[in-house]
Design a protein around this ligand. Structure first.
Ligand code: DC
Length: 236
């Protein structure tokens, strides 16, 4: 709790495969805040676009997307047993489907559409405005909540990130080679940083966290210490 009686907004932005969601979830649990995964919202919209046939030959169909903008409903619900938040598309849980290769391959295309970003940014502001949230994404500290009380920007060397992703993929039985994964990460960094609409940028007041050489536990200590220092407040 801050001096003004409000709970802060914590923005966690940064490069892909830097473990943003892992640490953001743990921070939210420790602080008793709500965790909002904005990448899941772009993924859910992408799934809706795929299902509606609104992506053709690697291009988004304008008319199809326009219709979806008016009808798609995305929300997060907490599962009783595990306490985990899951993503719902039009009232149906799509947590598993949005993490698959099909959505991962198309989401950059959908996330680059200004109308989609406008819609989802508006919803994210609504979800976070009361404070007491940890929101992870690419543009939270720069666009969605430029006034967020604490902003983190996560990075790690491409090799370390590739290694983490490689382990995840091989554990799932996907046949990949490390060089290929690293190349893909460098390419995604480039696309994220160079797109016209809300490119990945570090907000001037964001705290850079390079976790190449850190364990998750060390990272969690460091980040929750920073939040405590800035905002005071409770901690579990
Ligand atoms: O964090 P993630 O990999 O689940 O994100 C999925 C995609 O959505 C990724 O290509 C970046 C994009 N994204 C975005 O453009 N803005 C956000 N706030 C969150 C994600």
């Amino acid at each position: 709790m801050m001096e003004n009686g409000k709970e802060p907004i914590v923005a966690v932005d940064g490069y892909s495969s830097t473990g943003k969601s892992t640490v953001a979830k743990m921070l939210a649990a420790r602080l008793g805040y709500v965790y909002i995964d904005t990448g899941a919202m772009y993924r859910a919209f992408t799934l809706a676009a795929i299902r509606a046939g609104a992506i053709r030959d690697g291009k988004a169909d304008e008319e199809g997307i326009r219709k979806l903008l008016q009808t798609v409903r995305i929300d997060f619900r907490r599962r009783e047993q595990s306490g985990k938040f899951e993503t719902y598309l039009n009232g149906v849980c799509v947590e598993e489907q949005i993490r698959g290769m099909e959505v991962s391959g198309q989401v950059s295309l959908i996330a680059a559409l200004p109308a989609v970003r406008r819609l989802l940014t508006g919803q994210q502001r609504e979800m976070g405005k009361a404070g007491g949230v940890v929101m992870d994404g690419r543009d939270i500290g720069s666009v969605v909540f430029p006034e967020a009380e604490v902003k983190f920007f996560m990075t790690a060397s491409p090799r370390v990130r590739a290694m983490r992703r490689y382990k995840e993929l091989t554990a799932k039985g996907e046949p990949v080679c490390l060089e290929e994964v690293e190349e893909n990460i460098r390419k995604r960094d480039y696309l994220d940083e160079h797109r016209d609409e809300s490119p990945l940028v570090r907000a001037a007041d964001a705290i850079l966290i390079d976790n190449s050489e850190m364990t998750v536990a060390e990272e969690l200590e460091l980040m929750s210490g920073i939040i405590r220092e800035r905002c005071g407040g409770r901690e579990g």
